[in-house]
Design a protein around this ligand. Sequence first.
Ligand SMILES: Cc1cc2nc3c(=O)[nH]c(=O)nc-3n(C[C@H](O)[C@H](O)[C@H](O)COP(=O)(O)O)c2cc1C
Length: 194
Amino acid sequence: MTQDDFSGRLRIAVVVGSVRRPRLADPLAAWLERELGAIDWLELDMIDLAAVSLPMHEMQPGGAVPSPIGSRLANADAFVFLTPEYNHSFPAPVKNAIDWHFTEWAYKPVAFVGYGASGGIRAVEQLRTVLPELRATTVRESVLLPMAWEHLDADGRFVPPPGTVHALHTMMNELRTWARALRPLRAADPAGRA
Ligand SMILES: Cc1cc2nc3c(=O)[nH]c(=O)nc-3n(C[C@H](O)[C@H](O)[C@H](O)COP(=O)(O)O)c2cc1C
C-alpha cells in the first residue's frame, strides 16, 4: 500500500454515553477532547447523547427514521465510546443510539473509554458483543478508569492517573490501524451492507 492510500485525516467520533445531570462524563469528555484534539492524524467530532433527541418510540429496525446524528455517525471513520457502567452494563442511551442507526456503524472500528467503580469493564465487554451485529469491529485495547471521581482537581478537571495517557494513545493507534484497514470496505456500495 502506498502512502497516498493513507492520505487525509481520519474522522473520529467520540460518543458520550451518559446523559445524566450532573455527570462524571463532563470532565472525562473534556479530558478526551483535549487529548484527542491534539492528535494530528484525526479530526474529532464529539457526539454528546445528552444533546441529542432519539425517541425510543420512533426507532425503526435498520435506522429507517432520519436521525439528528445520522450524518455525523456516517461521516466517521471510527468511534470512541465514552461509557460509564450502570448495573453491570452500559447505559440505556448508548443502546438506543446504537439501535437507532445501522449502516452508520458498518465496517468501522470502535474503541472504548470505560469508567465506573470497576472502570466500566463490564459495560465495555458487553458492547463488544453488540457491535458486530452492526458490522462494527472493536479494538483490543481499551482505557478503563476506575473511581475516576477520585481523580478530579479543585476545578473539577480530570487528572489522569499515571499510565492513562499512554494507554489512550496506544488504543488510538490501534483504532487508526483498523480504520485504515477497513477503508476499502467502507468505500464499497452501502447496499451491500443491508
Ligand atoms: C444507575 C447506576 C448504576 C451503577 N452501577 C454501577 C455498576 O454496576 N458498576 C460500577 O462500577 N459502577 C456503577 N455505577 C457507578 C457509575 O459508573 C458512576 O457513578 C459513573 O460516574 C457514572 O457516570 P456518569 O456520572 O457520567 O453518568 C452506577 C451508577 C448509576 C447511576
